[in-house]
Design a protein around this ligand. Sequence first.
Ligand SMILES: NC(=O)c1ccc[n+]([C@@H]2O[C@H](COP(=O)([O-])OP(=O)(O)OC[C@H]3O[C@@H](n4cnc5c(N)ncnc54)[C@H](OP(=O)(O)O)[C@@H]3O)[C@@H](O)[C@H]2O)c1
Length: 236
Amino acid sequence: MGAEQKVAIITGASQGIGGALVSAYRDRNYRVVATSRSIKPSSDTGILAVAGDIADPATAERVVSQAVERFGRIDTLVNNAGIFVAKPFTAYTDEDYVNILGINLNGFFQITRRVAGEMLKQGSGHIVQITTTLVDHASSSVPSVLASLTKGGLNAATKSLAIEYAAKGIRVNAVSPGVIKTPMHAPQTHEFLAGLHPVGRMGEIRDIVEAVLYLEGASFVTGEILHVDGGQSAGR
Ligand SMILES: NC(=O)c1ccc[n+]([C@@H]2O[C@H](COP(=O)([O-])OP(=O)(O)OC[C@H]3O[C@@H](n4cnc5c(N)ncnc54)[C@H](OP(=O)(O)O)[C@@H]3O)[C@@H](O)[C@H]2O)c1
């Protein structure tokens, strides 16, 4: 394994979009640091699993220090870990607020600033957030203010960081999904959720993976919020 083999950190890597991103980056010959609370050690020596709660700064510290110690560099960070709680605004509890902001926002902040520090030393890197198209296209059938508050913050931070780092070799982008067929959604909800998209179907995990891989190779693209949402953000 030469020093030229790239390294990606994927958060929320135990299942769903994150699990598929781990496989996709391995298929592209990246070494991968996979993190989530329940992530299990891998028999693949190109995957380092680091278990922890992304809302806890100690997890970010462990992920980044072990990535550098084991693989020597960090080329890509995909901030994929996230939770989604849809409720009428007044039904959100203090616990919901702490959990959602802790995972979606503190999680982003704690790991991204540590990774960015390594990327600045290298003079290169790519950071991608997975947000949600509800930020741009609120829906009366899916009330979810705390998703918009947190993922909208990530969209804004994506542009801000992209500009801060534009001349430093680090690109920063986001993928903004519609509703994707992952364990987040029970099968009995799929028909209803498909109907929320102008194209009449839910997204597949591969739709999001392909978008992230496009951004990975798109050296002239930074500060982009790439909507992968079956037309939701365009209207209906
Ligand atoms: N599916 C959709 O329709 C959809 C739509 C828009 C945006 N998104 C976004 O896409 C991302 C991935 O969604 P998904 O559908 O693949 O979700 P998922 O199937 O529910 O998986 C979520 C992942 O995040 C990890 N995670 C949850 N809480 C965590 C915590 N406190 N600390 C560390 N890891 C944690 C989970 O692993 P552990 O349980 O092992 O911790 C799991 O690997 C999320 O940011 C989500 O908001 C999804």
